[in-house]
Write a protein that binds this ligand. Structure first.
Ligand code: CU
Length: 116
């Protein structure tokens, strides 16, 4: 009986350390925007781990990146500039990514954030 409680306590401590480590190290995800696509189109991150999303505009007109279901939105940035936003996805799933400049989503500026 005693052995099991020691093992249980060790697991709880190990779990806490893992959560603490995940909490301190944001995953850096780089995305480029051009007319009219994001590269890459699919981004993979882990639930509960902070994400630093860096958008670089390699196009010739303004773009942004929006994950409406996660409440994430960057400023609209001009060509040659970049912008970053940090957030922590809590729940696993597939979240649509779009550029919110009128007409861009329809032209193909969409993608998916996969939270595993
Ligand atoms: Cu755009």
């Amino acid at each position: 009986m005693r052995k099991w409680s020691v093992l249980g306590a060790a697991l709880v401590v190990a779990g806490t350390v893992a959560v603490a480590l995940a909490g301190t190290a944001p995953a850096v995800v780089k995305v480029t925007a051009k007319e009219f696509a994001f590269e890459p189109r699919e981004l993979k991150v882990k639930a509960g781990q902070p994400v630093k999303l860096v958008l670089e505009n390699k196009g010739v007109i303004e773009h942004d990146i929006v994950l409406e279901k996660l409440g994430v939105k960057t400023a609209v940035i001009p060509p040659g500039k970049s912008v970053e936003v940090t957030f922590t996805p809590k729940a696993k799933g597939r979240y649509p990514v779009v550029c919110s400049v009128p007409g861009h989503k329809e032209a193909g500026m969409t993608g998916t954030l996969v939270v595993e």
